[in-house]
Design a binder for this molecule. Structure first.
Ligand code: SAM
Length: 270
């Protein structure tokens, strides 16, 4: 990926700037999002406005979160404040709940995300699932494959389990490098995430669930006996009917929830 000029703007690699330039792909993404007037929508990283223009056309109002000041200056010139609210700053630190002022209008979050921060941004956004209606993102295909991966596959890991706990997810379609300026080196995919209802989130202690999942995938080659030593002894494995010789990648999200709930009910190990 080279720093290159697009529309008089020098694309900044450090901000993961690959601007969408293929009108057919842009149309497909907007059709997939189906923006409706009156919805509360926020776009992460509007950039030069490839998605912002058609979104604003269909919505009364749009929020955007953008880190690049040059791009913000252009956006301010282009759109009146009553149509576009610009939140200048880092999406990784942004409080998305602050935009959800009407509980009857949960947030719709969209964006062609900066690929250099895709995993941390997904974890950050997962914290706002209760205020979100859905999220539609462009990401590297490789990351999307990890998000939707099944247990026992190479792509399956912490990202899969933590996101599958909170969201129903689907890969919608792939986008080739030629749809962007400058072109990234990798294929991209559009993915949709829809938060699961609160009553379907089964972990009684979500923090403990997260720590167990992190431990299980911390050393991929090691068995659960080693990686979950801090949480389960032989009696615990036996009580759960779980083979301690397995690796974390064999366990489904539901099995991780069962382990976490067992540990939470039992209390801290002495
Ligand atoms: N939406 C535009 C498009 O599709 O052409 C631009 C997409 S580009 C892949 C990513 C955008 O996210 C850029 O505008 C970049 O400046 C912005 N960005 C990068 N890091 C960011 C961050 N931490 N917080 C908010 N925006 C960020």
């Amino acid at each position: 990926m080279q720093d290159r000029e697009t529309d008089g703007h020098r694309a900044r690699k450090r901000f993961g700037q690959n601007f969408l330039s293929d009108p057919n792909i842009i149309r497909r993404i907007i059709d997939a999002i189906r923006p409706q007037p009156g919805e509360t929508m926020v776009e992460i990283g509007p950039g030069l406005g490839a998605m912002t223009d058609p979104l604003i056309e269909r919505l009364d109002h749009l929020h955007v979160v953008e880190i690049d000041r040059d791009l913000i200056a252009r956006l301010r010139e282009r759109y009146p404040a009553e149509r576009l609210s610009i939140h200048e700053g880092d999406a990784l630190k942004f409080d998305f709940a602050s935009l959800c002022t009407d509980p009857t209008k949960p947030l719709r979050i969209v964006g062609n995300l900066p690929y250099n921060i895709s995993t941390p941004i997904l974890f950050h956004l997962a914290e706002f699932a209760a205020q979100v209606k859905d999220m539609t993102f462009m990401l590297q295909k490789e990351v999307v494959m990890r998000m939707v991966a099944d247990p026992g596959t190479e792509d399956y890991g912490r990202l899969s389990v933590m996101l599958q706990y909170r969201f129903r997810m689907g890969r919608m379609f792939d986008v080739p490098p030629g749809a962007f300026r400058p072109a990234p080196k990798v294929m991209s995919s559009i993915v949709r995430l829809v938060p699961l209802p609160a009553e379907e989130l089964g972990a009684s202690d979500e923090d403990l669930f997260g720590r167990i999942v992190t431990a299980a995938f911390g050393q991929r080659r090691k068995t659960l006996r080693n990686t979950l030593r801090e949480f389960l002894d032989d009696a615990g494995f036996a009580a759960l009917g779980l083979d301690p010789g397995l690796r974390g990648e064999r366990l489904s999200m539901a099995e991780f929830v069962t382990i976490a709930n067992y540990c939470a009910a039992r209390g801290p190990r002495s």
